[in-house]
Structure formats: C-alpha cells, structure tokens
Design a protein around this ligand. Structure first.
Ligand code: GAF
Length: 498
C-alpha cells in the first residue's frame, strides 16, 4: 500500500535549487512554495458564489527563481519531460502558450493585467510534491508559487536597488526587478487576495480552464491548523479551527490515480449551465437565490422558483410556489441565451413544463439537465451552511461526537449529489468512497473537480491505516491501478522558503 508523505520543506527546496543550477548554471535568487489543497465541503459551487471549506495540504510545489533582463520566461520542471521551455512575456496571450508553461508564464502576464506591477523575465525550476492530475490542485500550487516569486522579484528587487549605492559593492541580486518601491503584495491577506485574482485570470485566460477560484485562494491565503471558509461572492474568508487530532480523527486522502483534467470541456459545460441558469433567474450568481441563510429550506424554495420558470421563455409562470415570484431581469431583453437554459440548444425539446416531475432531456453535450446541476449547487450550499453551524458546536467539548458523525453524513450526501446530480464522479471515486464507508469512515466523498482524481475520508485516527488497506484491496479486486494515500492536516499558505 503506497503512502505519499510530504517531503520536508528544506529537502524539497534543495531539490528545486539543484534543478535550477543544473538547468541554468547559476544560483537561484529565491525559493518559493505553495500548497495543494483538499476541499472538505462545498464542491462545484465556487463559480456560483457559494462558500467553500478547503484546507491546504502539507504537500507543496516549490519554485526556484532568478530574474532575467530580457523579458523571457524560462522554466524547467522535475515532473515534466522536455527540458527547458521558454516564452517571451510579450508573446503571452490567450491560446499562445501550450501545456504546463501556461501556468507559469500566465501568472506575470495576469499580474501585470491586474495592475499589480510590471514584471521582469525570469528563469524558474519547479519541483512539485503535489501529485499532478490528482485533483489536489497542482496547477494552482504552481501558479501561486510563481506569483510569490514574481511578487518578490518586483518588490525586493526594488529594495536591493535602493541600497545599491556607489559604496555598495554588493552585486545586485535582482537587477531586472527594480520596478517598484512597495512591499510585496504577499505581505497582507488583502494583497494575497489580489495575487489570487491574478492566478485565477492566468488559469482562465492563458491555461484555458474556466475554474472558479477556490484553489488559488486557499493556496495563497490558507492558515495553518484551520479550514478556510471562503465566501466566493467576494472571496472574503475566515479561518475555522478544526482540531481533528484533538477529536481523535484524521482526514485520509485517497488519490485514485484515475487521470483528471479540467480542460476537456466537461467542467466548463457544467459551469456554463449554472451561469446561464443564474442569468435566466435574473441573479448575479446561483448563491443569490438562497438569501441570507442558505439552508435546506432555502434550497427547496430556489428549486421551486426554477420550476416556476416557463421553460419556453424562461419567464415566470403565472403562479409561483413561494409566493414571491422570480424577479427576472434579462440584461439583454432578448430572452435566454441561444445556447439554452438547459444546455440543450434553443429547441428545448422534451421540456413539457408541467410540474416538478416533468422529464427533462439530457443535454446534447453530455452535461446533466440543468435542474440536476441546480439541485446539486443549492443543496451543497445548504450542506456547507450546516457544516458551518456544526463547526460552532465542535468548540463545545460535550457536544462530541455527535457533530463529527453529522459532518460525516454531510460528506456522504455531498458525494451522492456530485455523483448522481452533477455527474462528476467516476467508478474509481465511487469505489474509494464506498470502500471507505464500509471500512468504518465517518464520511467520505470525492474532492476537487472530479472526473478522476482524489477522495477524502474522515476516519478515526487509528482507522486511517485499516481504511486505506480496505480501499487498496477493493481497487485490486476491481483491477484498478493501486491508489495512493496521504494524510491531510491543515497546512500553511504559499511562502518564501529562502
Ligand atoms: C476545480 C476548480 F479549479 C475549482 O475552482 C472548483 O470549482 C473545484 O474544481 C470544484 O469544487 O478544483
């Protein structure tokens, strides 16, 4: 059975420094790292304005960097074949950079776009302990480590320049980076939120993945020892202390090793379904349908409101179940998008509009019917709200173990919803979750974008090993590749290593 422990930070930094020296024949100027993540609850709702509950993994991506004068970005990765890859920053544009280099070069491009500064070229060497393609946010970890590197080059290069008087023989460590006289954005949480926004822009525009922002936010803004509650309406965040150890629990991560990709269109289709539905309801995001207390009742009422939309015109029917009636403001005044509310195109074939049980067709492009997407999104928001309420109970020792068992139930319900309504699970994830439950986990579910990748299981501390063994055995029986296991403890945000 394969465990994947996080390497000690110093060891990994030295590996990145060694890779840098080997590639470029000089010393790195600085070394930066950023963590991968698991999401405890709140899946596929960040782009719909929901609150998510991720935590940073102890597994990090490390980047060794030194500036260049010529505006070229060069990068080499210990985990990718093909040696040094290079692109002039001036050539970075949507669709212009292929593969993993987009996650590197897109970042200074986006930081400049977001008005954070002007950035020099750089040489970089990457070493990732976040497994690639495992749904643990290796792309965001790479972006965030790169963001910290460029941020420091720009800010600290200025400081080095300022002390670079005639009497100072010190060779300037970052000559190309004398661009600003401010402290780094990474010095404050508000500055880190701006760096996260730039990383999201890089991923959306340059890497071409229309992801929602949870991953970059947790990687840059995590608090050690805490789950971070991120309200994705405005990306405000609050750490929630979750002392699993004190409760005698552990969070087991199961990397199913079923390859996971977000850029093949399945993720984007679901996101578009949610965006179109919000627009049809006259809302900024789906979260706005739930009001101030997004509980199960609010989720039911929102679905009734959806059902009350006339499928033919997406206008409210005469009678509205919650009595308030959907206020539909069509920004274009021309009816729903030609693509259709249900992702089925304008013909809306099969939508008979005769009540909540009416059958809606599968959409042509393989995404589930929009009602199923909405049911997942709204019930998941309600589960997160319930979880936030439970977190308050965790602080009262006499309340244990009830709330933990209930949290387990929320994880299980989240998985069922992602599997049955959102249709982002797969055979390996379902098996991992089932086997973990059968072996005694309090709750388990897929985590991250899905379509492969990883699951988490909340287990008694002493049960981590037996549960992992049971999952490995179930995989062997099915003839799946052996899974890998990690333990997640809430770890620190992106930081400078040296
Ligand atoms: C991926 C995306 F990058 C996130 O933004 C989020 O949507 C997640 O899938 C699903 O919750 O990790």
């Amino acid at each position: 059975m394969a465990w994947r422990p996080a390497p000690p930070a110093g060891e990994q930094a030295e590996r990145a420094a060694g890779a840098f020296r080997a590639a470029y024949g000089r010393e790195p100027w600085g070394i930066f790292s950023a963590p991968g993540r698991v999401n405890l609850l709140g899946e596929h709702i960040d782009y719909s304005g929901g609150t998510v509950l991720p935590l940073a993994l102890p597994h990090r991506t490390v980047v060794a960097v030194a500036p260049r004068e010529d505006g070229l970005v060069r990068a080499v990765s210990a985990q990718e074949d093909g040696g040094i890859r290079a692109v002039p920053l001036d050539d970075v544009a949507p669709g212009a950079v292929e593969g993993w280099l987009a996650y590197v070069a897109g970042v200074p491009w986006a930081m400049a776009r977001e008005g954070l500064g002007e950035y020099p070229g750089a040489d970089l060497a990457v070493d990732s302990a976040v497994p690639l393609g495992a749904g643990l946010s290796s792309s965001a970890a790479l972006e965030c480590a790169v963001a910290l590197a460029f941020d420091a080059l720009a800010a600290e290069g200025a400081a080095a320049g300022a002390s670079d008087g005639a009497s100072d023989p010190d060779p300037d460590p970052a000559p190309a980076a004398r661009r600003s006289d401010r402290s780094p954005w990474s010095a404050t949480d508000a500055g880190r939120a701006r760096l996260a926004a730039a990383c999201i822009l890089a991923e959306n525009e340059i890497a071409g993945a229309s992801t929602g922002g949870m991953d970059q936010s947790i990687s840059l803004r995590a608090r050690e020892g805490s789950v971070l509650a991120i309200d994705c309406r405005d990306f405000s965040s609050a750490p929630v202390d979750v002392d699993l150890d004190a409760a005698g629990l552990a969070l087991l991560v199961i990397d199913t090793r079923a390859p996971h990709r977000l850029v093949d269109g399945q993720y984007a289709r679901r996101r578009k379904g949610c965006d179109d539905a919000a627009r049809a309801l006259g809302l900024g995001t789906l979260r706005d349908a739930l009001g101030e207390h997004p509980d199960a009742g609010a989720a039911d009422r929102a679905l009734e409101r959806w059902d009350a939309l006339d499928p033919a015109s997406a206008a409210p029917k005469a009678e509205v179940p919650n009595g308030k009636g959907p206020k539909r403001e069509d920004p274009n005044g021309d009816g729903p998008d030609g693509e259709g509310l249900d992702g089925n195109g304008p013909d809306r074939e099969g939508r008979d509009g005769d009540g909540p049980d009416r059958k809606r067709p599968e959409s042509r492009d393989g995404a589930p019917p929009v009602r199923a997407l909405l049911r997942h999104a709204w019930t998941e928001m309600a589960r997160v709200q319930r979880c936030a309420d439970l977190f308050r109970e965790f602080r009262e020792p006499e309340a244990r173990p009830g709330p933990w068992a209930e949290l387990g139930g929320l994880l299980a319900a989240s998985h069922a919803s992602l599997r049955d309504d959102y249709a982002v699970s797969c055979a390996e994830l379902d098996l991992a979750v089932d086997a973990a439950h059968r072996a005694g986990a309090l709750g388990a579910r897929m985590t991250g974008g899905g379509f492969g990748g990883s699951a988490i299981a909340l287990v008694g501390r002493d049960d981590a090993e037996p549960v992992a063994r049971a999952v490995a055995r179930a995989f062997a029986r099915e003839g799946f590749a052996p899974p890998e296991f990690m333990l997640a403890s809430p770890s620190a945000a992106a930081r400078r290593e040296r």
